[in-house]
Design a protein around this ligand. Structure first.
Ligand SMILES: C[S@@+](CC[C@H](N)C(=O)[O-])C[C@H]1O[C@@H](n2cnc3c(N)ncnc32)[C@H](O)[C@@H]1O
Length: 303
C-alpha cells in the first residue's frame, strides 16, 4: 500500500501494511515528530490527539495501545499531529477545550481557556455565594469562548449573566457553546467595546468579572509560538498591559450594586499596579490572590 504521507515528505510510521499499524507505533512516531519541533509534553499531546481520532479517552488510548488504526484513522491522526507540529495550540487542533468539566468548542478566533481562569471562576462562585443575593446579575467582560459566563450560569442558581465581547466571531462561538450547555436563556451576549461602555444604567450588577487582555504589547512577540497563534485582541493590554483593567475599574462604581464585587484576572507582575488602580476607582477590601503556581493572578475589590 502506498503511503500518501511519504509523497509529502513526511516521516510516517513504517508498517508492513502501510498506514495500518498499532496505536503504540503511531504514538511513538508522533512523539518523535513533535519533540523534534519543540512541542512541550509531546506524549500527552499525541495521546490527546489519538483519543480525539478514536473518539475515546486518553486512558483508553493507553490501555488499547496494541489496537491497529485503520487507514482513515491513521491519515486523520497524522494530519492533526502535523498541525500540532506547527506549534498550533492543541485546543485549536482538536477544536475543543475542557474548562471546569465542560467541553467547549474552540476556534482560532478565541483565546484558549486556561486553568488560571478556572481559578477566577472558583473565586467568583465563592464571592457570589457570600453575597447570597436572589437572582444575581453578573457582567462578564471579554467572554471569548464564553467559558466564564457559561460556568457561572450553570453553577449559580437564578443568575443572569451579561457577557460582552468585541469580536463578532468570538461572540458567535460563545453563543454556540452556551446553547450546547443549555444556558442560552441565562446569558445575554452583547457585541460591545469595553472602552466605550454603552451601559448607562447605574448599579445594576452584583458582580463584574473579567479576564481582560493584560499582556504588555511589547512582550507579546517573545511569547511561546502557540500563544502567538491566538488572537492579539485577546492578549494585548496596551503599553503596560493595564489599558483594559483601567477601563473596567473606572466603570465598576457605575455598574456594581452596593457591596458587589469586581474580579479580574491579572498578570503575575501586575498585583501592586492593579491594587492602586482599584483603590483609585473606589474599590474596598482589595485582595490580590495568587494562582496555584504562587503568582499574583486574581484581583478582587468590593464597590
Ligand atoms: C483574555 S481573553 C478572555 C476570554 C475568555 N473570557 C477566557 O477567559 O478565556 C479577552 C477577551 O476580551 C475580548 N476583548 C478585547 N478587547 C475588547 C474590547 N475592547 N471590548 C470587549 N471585548 C474585548 C477579546 O476578544 C477576548 O475574547
Amino acid at each position: 500500500m502506498s503511503q500518501p504521507g511519504r509523497n509529502k515528505g513526511l516521516s510516517l510510521p513504517s508498517h508492513p501494511r502501510g498506514w495500518i499499524g498499532p496505536v503504540r507505533v503511531w504514538l511513538s512516531e508522533a512523539v518523535a515528530f513533535l519533540e523534534q519541533r519543540g512541542v512541550p509534553e509531546a506524549l500527552a499531546n499525541a495521546e490527546f490527539i489519538m483519543a480525539a481520532v478514536l473518539k475515546t479517552s486518553r486512558n483508553d488510548v493507553r490501555l488499547g495501545s496494541s489496537h491497529p488504526l485503520d487507514e482513515k484513522q491513521g491519515f486523520h491522526f497524522w494530519n492533526l499531529v502535523k498541525e500540532r507540529g506547527e506549534r498550533i495550540p492543541l485546543a485549536y487542533v482538536l477544536e475543543s477545550q475542557n474548562f471546569m468539566g465542560f467541553d467547549l468548542l474552540v476556534t482560532r478566533e478565541v483565546l484558549v481557556p486556561r486553568p488560571e481562569t478556572e481559578e477566577l471562576v472558583v473565586e467568583a462562585q465563592r464571592r457570589l455565594r457570600s453575597l447570597d443575593r436572589p437572582n444575581p446579575v453578573i457582567l462578564e467582560i471579554g467572554t471569548g469562548t464564553g467559558c466564564v459566563a457559561i460556568v457561572l450560569a450553570k453553577s449559580i442558581p437564578r443568575a443572569m449573566v451579561y457577557a460582552i465581547e468585541l469580536s463578532p466571531a468570538a461572540l458567535a462561538l460563545a453563543r454556540k457553546n452556551a446553547e450546547a450547555h443549555g444556558v442560552s436563556r441565562s446569558i445575554r451576549f452583547l457585541n460591545e467595546d469595553l472602552f466605550k461602555s454603552a451601559a448607562k444604567a447605574v448599579g445594576w450588577a452584583d458582580m463584574v468579572v473579567s479576564n481582560p487582555p493584560y499582556i504588555p504589547s511589547g512582550e507579546i512577540d517573545g511569547l511561546e509560538p502557540e500563544v502567538l497563534k491566538e488572537p492579539r485582541l485577546a492578549l494585548d493590554g496596551g503599553k503596560d498591559g493595564l489599558d483594559a483593567i483601567r477601563a473596567i475599574a473606572a466603570d465598576a462604581p457605575r455598574h456594581i450594586k452596593k457591596d458587589g464585587f469586581l474580579l479580574l484576572e491579572i498578570g503575575a507582575q501586575q498585583g501592586s499596579a492593579v491594587r492602586d488602580i482599584l483603590k483609585k476607582s473606589g474599590g474596598r477590601e482589595i485582595e490580590i490572590r495568587k494562582d496555584l503556581q504562587g503568582l499574583d493572578r486574581i484581583a478582587v475589590a468590593r464597590f
